[in-house]
Write a protein that binds this ligand. Structure first.
Ligand SMILES: [Mg+2]
Ligand SMILES: [Zn+2]
Length: 237
């Protein structure tokens, strides 16, 4: 067993067999980035406060999350370049992520970005940080001064666990049977994280897993994630 650190979940958190290759599934907004890029984009170019008006209808089941997001992003009037510029200026890269990517590649693991955000935004940011080679699984948005149009990726059938088209399908589709490590921060990660062998969580995802009594390793930067994975491997080496 790995020694527990203060603040870790009290339920047993996964340890991994060191010789196995891992699929490290990493959320983008609020995980790789410090700030959520969707919030940044809406704040800068969209109608402020609109989400507060949409949310009651979402809660009441009158609109789906996808419809609610499309409604919100229809008010985002900006060119792709304007969107990219504000994201590069505001999003911020969480500490240790490039080193984490390099470590994963050297160790023979696959690190894939699974996001409920938009490909063009994610790829522009990753390229800016020298990580343009990373595989990204996400939705897409077409930005224009007339309003953004969201393009939803095919996530297959409605998920039997959460009743939505969620990341669980994307994960299953990209798995090659490796042990699964999930790193995330938000509600869109909660279903997929439940399929992982080891979960690193912060913010809303950490709160959700704590409430559900499920194990996870808390993290605030990728130095912690990498060190945990390394120590897990070295213990059994
Ligand atoms: Mg997130
Ligand atoms: Zn689901």
């Amino acid at each position: 067993m790995v020694a527990r650190r203060a603040g870790e979940s009290t339920t047993p958190s996964g340890t991994l067999d060191p010789v196995e290759n891992l699929l490290i599934a990493c959320d983008f907004d609020g995980t790789i980035t410090r700030r959520d890029t969707l919030h940044i984009i809406v704040e800068e170019f969209g109608t402020r406060g609109l989400w507060a008006a949409i949310e009651p209808r979402l809660r009441a089941g009158e609109v789906t999350l996808e419809q609610a997001m499309q409604e919100e992003f229809a008010t985002v009037r900006a060119t792709p370049d304007e969107v990219r510029d504000v994201v590069l200026r505001e999003a911020g890269l969480r500490d240790g992520f490039p080193e984490m990517v390099a470590w994963s590649e050297a160790a023979g693991h696959r690190l894939i970005v699974f996001s409920s955000g938009f490909r063009s935004v994610i790829e522009a940011a990753l390229a800016h940080w020298g990580l343009g080679h990373l595989q990204v699984v996400s939705h897409e948005a077409e930005f224009s001064p007339e309003g953004a149009r969201l393009v939803w990726s095919d996530r297959g059938e409605i998920c039997v666990e959460c009743g939505r088209c969620c990341k669980r399908h994307d994960l299953a589709r990209h798995s090659r049977g490796e042990r699964l490590v999930y790193v995330g921060d938000g509600i869109s990660d909660r279903c997929a994280a439940r399929t992982a062998d080891l979960v690193f969580a912060r913010a809303d995802l950490a709160r959700d897993l704590t409430e559900a009594g499920l194990p996870f390793v808390p993290f605030e930067d990728f130095v912690e994630v990498r060190e945990h994975l390394e120590s897990t491997a070295s213990l059994a080496a």
